[in-house]
Design a protein around this ligand. Structure first.
Ligand code: UDP
Ligand code: GLC
Length: 378
């Protein structure tokens, strides 16, 4: 099967990292078409996945776009569209991985006669997207032969927004458990290099963006015992510089400069996670899936996740992790403190999570599920 994957981003967000695992089995017979250049392209190349940047123009559509802005951006899309239609004719199927890719993919599917698959990585709710964006996404997605939702939560929001239930199936992100095994010596070395020996380290692994809620963890830290320290791993991928400034101001005003470290975007997530005592996920809006939650489990680390969206499907409170109310820093602080004070019970929960997550999210099974679905649509 020859697949043309489409993704609008040049940056490696969760949807893009997921696409690497999906495209890998097809690398001899696929092309990933990007609508922007960047580190994601390099990552695909490292994985020997054929990739091409299909446009030189940056497509300006924002989550809060109005209808008029939407139309104006359609104009910019025409050269890209022409290129995608031409390319699609050489492939059996178009696989759109992001919303702008979906819009382009839907038109290209119509013009080239190739079936369209849409991988839905978002919760199409008013909390995340404007009405115009939701309408465009649903209209385009309803033309697809198959919509793969990354969680039940994403599927439910899609249907609520007018999406077709009959073409939608849920497939979780897949992971290779082996990638999350780290030697004790490397863990020791990492903690030493970061100056984190004798600390209780809470890791936050996410791009820096208001809805990812790094500020909630900082607020919680102030209410935790002195040895609790946080590392914030990730960068402002989509221009959220103002939020980064605010985080620095918040840290200074709470006097937490010695207890929070910003590590920027890193590609050694398993090592860094393994060097933590706990991983916190603090999204203030419903998380569509939450790769970092599963990754923490695979590293054998206890995880506290914000109780909303896909996170609820991944975590059972007190069984394989902990769920805290989104935006409630006091509750989060209490949970962190309990994990610190009850290390044996917490470790048992983390070990259980590691075993179950290794099976439930095994990339081999997940890729098989995707392959079966795609074959049905050809
Ligand atoms: N990540 C990374 N480097 C960083 C921060 C995050 O590689 O510095 C990865 C992280 O391991 C995860 C992904 O980025 O696989 C983020 O995916 P998630 O689903 O948690 O959130 P998203 O950003 O896609 O909403
Ligand atoms: C998106 C979502 C995230 C999800 C990822 C992979 O980036 O924001 O929650 O884990 O896609 O499906």
């Amino acid at each position: 099967m020859k697949i043309l994957f489409l993704d609008q981003s040049g940056k490696p967000g969760g949807a893009e990292l997921c696409l690497i695992d999906i495209a890998k089995p097809y690398r001899d017979n696929c092309l990933v078409g990007l609508f922007a250049d960047g580190d994601f392209k390099t990552l695909l190349e490292k994985n020997q996945i054929p990739v091409q940047v299909l446009t030189t123009q940056i497509i300006q559509v924002r989550k809060e776009s109005s209808f008029a802005q939407g139309l104006a951006s359609l104009e910019q899309l025409i050269p890209l569209l022409t290129k995608v239609v031409q390319t699609a004719r050489e492939y059996d199927l178009i696989y759109a991985n992001t919303q702008k890719a979906l819009v382009v993919g839907a038109i290209a599917s119509f013009l080239s006669g190739r079936p369209l698959v849409y991988h839905l990585h978002d919760i199409l709710s008013p909390e995340h997207f404007s009405q115009t964006n939701r309408r465009i996404a649903v209209t385009a997605a309803n033309r697809a032969s198959l919509v793969i939702a990354n969680s039940q939560a994403s599927k439910a929001a899609f249907i609520e927004a007018g999406g077709r239930a009959d073409i939608t199936t849920v497939i979780y992100n897949g992971f290779d458990p082996q990638n999350y095994q780290t030697d004790k010596s490397i863990i020791h070395q990492t903690r030493q290099q970061l100056g984190l020996e004798n600390k209780f380290v809470v890791g936050h692994f996410s791009r820096l963006a208001p809805w990812k809620g790094q500020h909630i963890l900082i607020e919680a830290l102030k209410q935790c015992p002195q040895q609790v320290t946080a590392i914030l791993v990730g960068d402002a991928l989509f221009g959220e510089q103002e939020y980064v400034q605010k985080l620095h101001q918040q840290i200074a005003s709470l006097g937490l400069e010695n207890r929070v470290k910003f590590l920027g975007f890193r590609s050694d997530i398993p090592q860094l996670m393994s060097a933590c005592d706990l991983v916190a996920h603090t999204s203030t809006a419903a998380e569509p899936f939450g790769r970092v939650i599963v990754e923490a489990m695979l590293c054998g680390k206890p995880v506290i996740a914000a109780k909303a969206g896909g996170a609820i499907e991944l975590v059972e409170h007190g069984i394989n992790g902990f769920l805290s109310t989104p935006g409630k820093s006091q509750e989060l602080a209490q949970m962190i403190t309990t994990c610190l004070q009850e290390p044996e019970k917490t470790a048992m929960i983390a070990n259980h999570a590691q075993t179950t997550a290794s099976q439930r999210f095994d990339v081999k099974n997940i890729n098989q599920q995707i392959a079966q679905q795609l074959l049905k649509k050809l």
